[in-house]
Design a protein around this ligand. Sequence first.
Ligand SMILES: CC(C)(COP(=O)(O)OP(=O)(O)OC[C@H]1O[C@@H](n2cnc3c(N)ncnc32)[C@H](O)[C@@H]1OP(=O)(O)O)[C@@H](O)C(=O)NCCC(=O)NCCS
Length: 151
Amino acid sequence: MQTRRLSLSDDSGDLADLHGRCFTPGWSAVDFDTYLSRETDDVIGLYTGDILAGLMVMRTVADQSDVLTVCIDKKFRKKGAGRILLTAGETAIAARGADIIFLDVAEDNAAAIRLYRSAGYVQHGRRSGYYRRPGARIGALLFQKRLPRAA
Ligand SMILES: CC(C)(COP(=O)(O)OP(=O)(O)OC[C@H]1O[C@@H](n2cnc3c(N)ncnc32)[C@H](O)[C@@H]1OP(=O)(O)O)[C@@H](O)C(=O)NCCC(=O)NCCS
């Protein structure tokens, strides 16, 4: 598997298709074009051959980054792909000079919570009722990870 920082010349339709298979509602191709064109944002694709297996979007302002989204296509999950993608994202934001990453995750998302914890993310808070679900609200766990400062 290989990761690549994507640009406007990449296929935002592919990104939207994958995102829509992972989240309801997913982001549109127009949404992805916006992220791909923003100075502050990194869109990273994870590929197996020519196939887009995962994507991640991060936003960096000064020395801080937020993970805006991350997902792996169902058929490639539980094989270490999420970890590879997170590492690529961390490398991209470190190159910008950021050294702390924030993200939030629904508290019933066991797969993502396990991924973040095992990659060294530490919970620093919780937002009650943050995500809306059909007929319910679910809390968000707030995680952060401090990266070593570049020499
Ligand atoms: C969360 C997600 C990105 C994980 O991707 P993945 O490629 O399956 O993750 P990895 O194979 O790299 O696994 C990383 C760790 O999570 C664990 N894990 C993965 N899926 C799991 C599951 N369903 N239940 C419990 N643990 C799980 C792995 O065992 C591994 O743990 P370890 O490092 O202690 O061995 C993927 O499940 C996904 O895209 N989910 C839908 C979108 C989503 O929820 N995104 C996150 C929003 S905050």
